[in-house]
Design a protein around this ligand. Structure first.
Ligand code: NAP
Length: 277
């Protein structure tokens, strides 16, 4: 079972760097490979992709181009909902490794508990890939506590992380608490609320106080939460660098109180098949 309390390195959670690079909608081959290479050369060591993003080959290209060893990179991908039968998980995970140009991924997620997802059929395939060393950690995404309980019962491997939408407009307190109690790391996706946090007055005020960007404030708030990592997507070098700067921003109790006083609740990623719909 994961022992994150033992780790004194605040930049990581059980070996997963807390600030990573997201790549959804970064589908142009050159732009995607460049952003992954630039991020790695800047110091990022966590890259997030998915079968559904249609860019695994470009992400792999960026990793190959960067002057960083593959072993130093924490690489995560996700199995799409139509590939969640036992045989399809095994088969398409291997296709993803081929596209990425790697022998293993550090984290393989179930992208959504939807469509072909059936815990008794899907999860044993994740255990198999874990036992075979093709997957270092098993994760889930968009899971609610009831799905997490069920997954923990079926899987032999620990549930390493749950990747969910999380930002100051969607703090996900229940899942943060669940993660703490059950040693499941949380990975915050859309951590900038896809740009929506930039217009929130409380975020703007904290940004102004620290001479920081709104993106940095949102990310710093997430990174100060126990057991939380964040994977902002950025395709330009300026944004990639700005987000990296969040690691140096320390919010005080007054800032955190101000951010947590925001009452607006907004979800950016809300497909019909989501378990909450
Ligand atoms: P996000 O990271 O909240 O926001 C990305 C947007 O913010 C892009 O338009 C980006 O522009 C812009 N941006 C980034 N840094 C900026 C900065 N410092 N200043 C100004 N603008 C900035 O949204 P997201 O892409 O939805 O989420 C992040 C990642 O989470 C995804 O890429 C994906 O890897 C993952 N994700 C997972 C799921 C899931 O179901 N598991 C769902 C959604 C997302 P540029 O591209 O122009 O830099």
């Amino acid at each position: 079972m994961a022992q994150r309390e033992d780790s004194s390195d605040q930049s990581q959670l059980d070996g997963m760097p807390r600030l990573g690079l997201g790549t959804w909608e970064n589908t142009d081959a050159g732009t995607c490979a460049d952003s992954v290479r630039q991020a790695l050369e800047m110091g990022y060591r966590h890259i997030d992709t998915a079968q559904a993003y249609d860019n695994e080959a470009h992400v792999g290209e960026g990793i190959a181009q960067a002057d960083v060893d593959r072993e130093e990179v924490f690489l995560a991908t996700k199995i799409w909902t139509s590939n969640l039968s036992y045989d399809d998980v095994i088969h398409t995970a291997k296709e993803s490794l081929d596209k990425l140009g790697v022998d293993y991924v550090d984290l393989l997620y179930v992208h959504w508990p939807a469509n072909e997802y059936n815990p008794e059929d899907t999860l044993p395939a994740f255990d198999q890939l874990y036992d075979d060393g093709l997957v270092e950690n098993v994760g889930v995404s968009n899971f609610e506590p009831r799905h997490l309980d069920e997954a923990q019962e079926v899987l032999d491997a620990p549930v390493f992380a749950n990747q969910v939408e999380m930002h100051p407009l969607l703090p996900q307190d229940e899942l943060v608490e669940y993660g703490r109690e059950n040693d499941v790391n949380l990975v915050a996706y859309s951590p900038l609320a896809r740009g929506k946090v930039f217009d929130v007055p409380e975020i703007q005020q904290v940004a102004e106080k620290h001479d920081a960007s709104e993106a940095q404030v949102s990310l710093a708030w997430l990174l100060q939460r126990d057991g939380v990592a964040a994977i902002p997507k950025a395709s330009s070098e300026a944004h990639i660098r700005d987000n990296w700067g969040a690691r140096g921003l320390e919010l005080d109790a007054e800032d955190v109180e101000k951010i947590e006083s925001i009452e607006t609740r907004e979800r950016q990623v809300d497909p019909d098949f989501a378990p909450w719909n």
